[in-house]
Design a protein around this ligand. Structure first.
Ligand SMILES: CC(=O)N[C@@H](CCC[C@H](N)C(=O)O)C(=O)O
Length: 378
């Protein structure tokens, strides 16, 4: 598609794609959204900012309630490797999780309702820091949000594995509980030739990494999915120095809060064992924690049924994903659901080469405007 014939919200997605920013640093992104909103009919809108996020109320003609739609805003610390001529202009930062697509779709739906208001109020939530440290919970708790709290909430996430025109979701849990994991080990460094005078943190960290893998296989019910991944280990400075410090960084994913608590207990136990066994000190930091995305069963089934009936999309009932999404915090408080939007790309989320098929934007905007219109008329 040439630039001149671009769908306006594909164009907007491309502009947003060029300015990815990390969690709570979405200053240009926030300004971009505010500048865009300024071009629309002001009488129909009320706008608030919360940190680097934006809340937009589109006023209904005869509101009985408020229907909410959420898009996340942040990019990732990834060096982009796409073929785009509109690639990131921020070195080392990239929209590799589709938040540029999510925001463009939200602006498309919002624009439609400013021009064609419905009876109910609509709240558009542009939420920062989904990738970390988590913007949903503090935004939900903020006075700005609470005074506009919607009665219902929906969000989507791009899905590389599904073709354009397919949406996927399920009643109940869609995304996992997550907890980050940071373990620091501190022993005694020393000369490589004097192992008896040091506490070698290479051996301690290696043992710990291996032991941690037994938690999922030996302590968790095999029918209750869980993951413990150590993605980064930092140890040592030189080949002939026994290092006295090590850091393990990882993430825990579970489909139940009970399993999350159990895994954390076992990590504490194993770390205590390493302290004793290797005469070192250890500390654990759980970093950012996200609660599961638990779709309201009745609302999700109703949406799936409605979407299938429109004939415009193929609706798939999918399995849970072990990815995390802080949208789960909103759903703990507000009835609603999340769904996957097919964008058909061989590269997965968080991949430096991911190129979502932008035709999904043209599928999602009319689908969600029609759905919210239908929902408001109920
Ligand atoms: C959709 C997605 O990829 N979400 C992220 C959420 C990050 C959770 C947290 N920072 C962690 O690493 O535990 C994911 O990695 O699933």
């Amino acid at each position: 598609m040439s630039r001149t014939s671009l769908h306006p919200f594909v164009q907007i997605r491309r502009q947003l794609h060029q300015i990815p920013e990390l969690g709570f640093e979405e200053f240009k992104t926030q300004q971009f959204i505010l500048d865009y909103l300024r071009q629309l009919h002001q009488d129909r809108m009320e706008i608030k900012t919360w940190r680097t996020g934006v809340l937009v109320k589109v006023k209904g003609t005869n509101p009985r309630r408020c229907l909410g739609y959420r898009a996340d805003m942040d990019g990732l610390p990834i060096e982009e490797e796409t073929s785009y001529d509109f690639a990131s202009t921020h070195p080392g930062q990239m929209h590799a999780c589709g938040h540029d697509v999510h925001m463009a779709i939200a602006l498309g739906i919002l624009t439609h309702f400013v021009e064609h208001p419905i009876a109910d109020d609509l709240l558009f939530i542009f939420q920062p820091a989904e990738e970390g440290p988590g913007g949903a919970l503090p935004m939900l708790e903020s006075a700005e949000f609470q005074s506009w709290k919607p009665d219902f909430l929906v969000a989507l996430h791009i899905a590389p594995d599904y073709p354009v025109g397919t949406i996927a979701t399920k009643p109940g849990i869609l995304f996992a509980n997550t907890s980050e994991l940071f373990i620091d080990l501190k022993g005694q460094s020393g000369h490589a030739s004097l192992p008896h005078r040091s506490n070698d943190m290479v051996i301690a960290a290696s043992q710990l990494a291996m032991q941690l893998q037994t938690i999922i296989s030996r302590n968790i019910d095999p029918l209750d999915s869980a993951i413990l991944t150590i993605g980064k280990v930092t140890i040592g400075t030189k080949q002939n120095i026994i290092p006295g410090k090590a850091r393990l960084e990882g993430t825990i994913r579970t489909l139940s809060m009970e399993s999350m608590a159990k895994i954390k207990d076992r990590i504490r136990d194993l770390v205590r064992g390493i302290e004793t066994g290797f005469e070192c000190e250890a500390s654990i930091d759980w970093g950012a924690n996200y609660c599961q995305v638990d779709n309201d069963p009745a609302l999700t089934r109703e949406f799936m049924h409605w979407a299938q009936k429109t004939g415009d999309v193929n609706v798939v009932e999918c399995k849970e994903a072990m990815a995390g999404e802080d949208f789960g915090y909103f759903l703990r408080d507000i009835p609603g659901f999340m769904f996957w939007l097919g964008v058909d790309t061989p590269f997965g989320l968080h991949h430096p080469k991911i190129e979502p098929d932008e035709r999904a934007i043209e599928t999602a905007i009319p689908l969600m405007t029609r759905y919210l219109e239908w929902k408001s008329a109920q």
